[in-house]
Every structure is written in C-alpha cells, then in structure tokens.
Design a protein around this ligand. Structure first.
Ligand SMILES: [Zn+2]
Ligand SMILES: [Zn+2]
Length: 285
C-alpha cells in the first residue's frame, strides 16, 4: 500500500500538522518541528505534544508515515569547527524534539563543504556527528536526503550516502530519504521506465534499498545533471508524470511515507488524488 502526503504547515503549532494532512486526504506527512530558518526555538510544551499525538491518531497516521525535516541552517559538514558545533547542537535539539513527539525519523540534508574541504573529509565530519548524536539520543533514525548537489552540498551522489552510512556505527539508526527532483538534478535519470529501473538498481547496488525509509515526490524545473535545486508541481516540470507512475506501481516503495514538496500547495490535494489513481488497484487500496 502507498502512503502519500505532503510537507504541511505547522503555523499555529505542531499539533496542526496532522490536521492539515488529513484535510488533504493524506496518509503521511512531513513537518518542521521548529522554524526551519532560525537556530533557536522554545521547547515543545506537554500540551502541544499531547495534542500532536491525539491529532495523529484522529487522522489515522502512524509515526512511521511521518517525516520530520531538519532545519535548513544545520550543516554537519561545516569545515569551521565552532559553526559545526552550533549545527550539531541544533541537530541534537531537533532529534530530541522528534523523540518528544514520539516520531521515528529526522530527515537531514547531509551537509556542505563550503568549498573549503574535500567531499571525503566533509562526509567523514557528517558521519562523526551522526555517531555522537546517536550516543546523546535514544531512538530517532537519521534519514540522509540525497541533495541536488547545488553549490558545495554533498550527498548528491549515491556513493556519498553510502560513504556516510559505512562510517556510521549504529546502522539501525541511519537511513535515506530519496528526493526525485534532487536525484534528477544530480544526474540520475528516471523519466522513462528503463531509466527509472536503472537508477533504482544503481541505488540498490551502491546504498541498498533497505535503507530507504521515505521519499520526496517532486517534479524538477532544473535539467538533468544541472545540480540546481528547483522543485515543480507534478507533471509541470522536466520529470513529467512518468517517474511518479513508476513509483506508484513499484512495490519496493510500499509502506513508506511518500511526501510532496511541490511549490504550489493549493495543488496538493489534487496531486495526492492523481498519484493514488496512477497505481494499479493492487497498489492503491
Ligand atoms: Zn529536504
Ligand atoms: Zn526533499
């Protein structure tokens, strides 16, 4: 069965996210547990934690179909030590927020070398940060999101994700969230059924499909291999609808949160309906 959702707003409090998801007809959702463009946030209150759980139950959405996204300021690969430590502290705070909300995952853009260190050193810093984060927290699994490779971000090649995972000691607490627009911009074609199969097979060989715990379903305004991160609504960009039809009929992506981050949120309800219709009845349910 497929679990489609969107990255919904938490304006007015985290407890509103499951309600916003339910209003879209979603079976999954993503959210920020704090303002994604600020370092500091007050702790979640017991009241909002209880309301979040209550609203998730009312929406019928279990924690494994919820993909919290880490804030955009965090860069665990920052070559500057004080800046990296600031990122690490914010990362720990986010992991603890997820734990407090009873969530299983935290989706993270791996990091950026800022052009000052090599990719390998950057990947090692990220893995080291994840290892210490695992020691300081109890349960949440860190999901590395493949990036578009814009600027000096690492994580755009499947090999980058594999290198981080190889250096993480607790493999049970690391996984991947695959973003279709980022993969395409990074040079992984998925637009024809053959290209889609080749890219998924390559991911399986290099990283392993068992690490995929969620996906971001986005069309791309940016060209194949452009290394530019520009999302588009489904069917309006360069991916077209083909890859989404492939995903909806691919049982390897059953029972995972599949999340829209497309630019026009007024289309989400329609897009969710469209995706469900793309699946064969056996996949749709
Ligand atoms: Zn992301
Ligand atoms: Zn994404």
């Amino acid at each position: 069965m497929k679990y489609i959702g969107a990255h919904v707003s938490t304006e007015g409090g985290v407890a509103l996210a499951p309600r916003n998801a339910a209003a879209l007809g979603a079976r999954a959702f993503a959210l920020f547990t704090k303002n994604q463009r600020q370092w500091q946030a007050g702790p979640l209150s017991d009241v909002s934690i209880a309301a979040f759980a209550e609203n998730c139950a009312a929406a019928g959405i279990a924690p494994r179909y919820i993909l919290p996204h880490a804030g955009y300021l965090i860069n665990l690969g920052n070559p500057d030590r004080p800046a990296r430590e600031k990122s690490f502290d914010a990362f720990i705070d986010e992991l603890r927020r997820c734990e407090a909300l009873g969530l299983l995952y935290l989706n993270l853009h791996p990091g950026s070398s800022l052009g000052k260190i090599g990719d390998r050193e950057c990947l090692n810093q990220i893995a080291a940060a994840i290892n210490s984060a695992h020691e300081k927290t109890a349960t949440v699994t860190v999901l590395l999101e493949n990036t578009a490779g814009q600027g000096s971000w690492v994580g755009w090649r499947f090999e980058h994700l594999a290198e981080i995972i190889a250096a993480v000691k607790n493999k049970a607490r690391v996984g991947v969230c695959l973003d279709t627009a980022h993969a395409y911009a990074a040079g992984y074609d998925v637009t024809t059924p053959a290209a889609y199969q080749k890219t998924v097979a390559e991911f399986d060989t290099v990283v392993g499909l068992s690490y995929v715990k969620g996906m971001h379903l986005n069309d791309s305004k940016a060209a194949l291999g452009s290394r530019v991160d520009r999302h588009e609504n489904l069917g309006r960009g360069l991916l077209g609808l083909g890859p989404f039809k492939s995903i909806m009929n691919d049982p390897r992506f059953n029972d995972l949160p599949l999340i829209l981050e497309t630019i026009d949120d007024t289309l989400w309800k329609k897009e969710i309906g469209l995706l469900y219709k793309m699946g064969k009845p056996a996949e749709r349910q």
